[in-house]
Design a protein around this ligand. Structure first.
Ligand code: GAR
Length: 219
């Protein structure tokens, strides 16, 4: 008798469109990603990602940060909701809230984020315009383990593309999304397959640094 492969149970946190969530759903449905998305939580009731999750038959919950007196109270409610399903992995997919150190430490080594820049460049918001304003040759997205410092933490995977002379923040955002939709499920797959570790702030794939961790796209 063969045992079914162990699947990784995940909770996905969103605030908006959820196109990255959709990329996870599509890859799970295609049998390419051994993830069980047990719950999708949004801090915004009108996030389109909630509809994407519901369509895929995934349980959803709204926890509106405005209903809580402080960041601590909100994060506590969030943590309680997440822990009802005891996830192996918590995925921030366009979740636009800063998280407390207590929350982050509770999910240490099982909390990942995607950020639309080549970190450590441009933590925070407005990343596409900042890359343009700086005259950068390259721009991209980074997937990283979350630490209490915002948009920091060991980097799992980055994807980059060349900025074109006619790029705008919008055109960059569209192309960066294409990178995100390929790389975020890949990073989750590596996590689910238990291929990731980290040492001295560097993420290792199968115990080594790998050139797969910076991918160049011609988009
Ligand atoms: C993504 O581009 C992601 O990198 C960004 O929000 C977008 C969400 O899109 N995340 C951050 O800026 C986090 N600091 P989506 O809702 O369509 O997946």
């Amino acid at each position: 008798m063969t045992n079914a492969p162990v699947r990784c149970k995940a909770v996905v946190l969103i605030s908006g469109s959820g196109s990255n969530l959709q990329a996870f759903i599509d890859q799970v449905n295609a049998g390419l990603l051994p993830l069980d998305i047990a719950l999708v939580i949004s801090n915004k009731a009108d996030a389109f990602g909630l509809e994407r999750a519901a369509r895929a038959g995934i349980k959803t919950q709204v926890i509106d940060h405005k209903a809580y007196a402080s960041r601590d109270h909100f994060d506590h409610a969030l943590q309680q909701a997440i822990d009802t399903v005891s996830p192996d992995l918590v995925i921030l997919a366009g979740f636009m809230r800063i998280l407390t150190a207590d929350f982050v430490n509770h999910y240490r080594d099982r909390l990942i984020n995607i950020h639309p820049s080549l970190l450590p460049k441009y933590p925070g918001t407005n990343t596409h315009q900042r890359a343009l304003d700086a005259g950068d040759a390259w721009h991209g997205a980074s997937i990283h383990f979350v630490v209490p410092e915002v948009d920091a933490g060991p980097i799992i995977l980055q994807g980059r593309l060349k900025i074109r002379s006619d790029d705008s923040a919008d055109s960059l955002q569209q192309r960066i999304h294409k990178i995100e939709h390929q790389l975020y499920p890949l990073a989750a797959r590596w996590f689910a397959e238990q291929r990731l570790s980290h040492k001295n702030g560097k993420v290792l794939l199968d115990g080594e640094t790998s050139d797969q961790q910076l991918q160049t796209f011609d988009l």
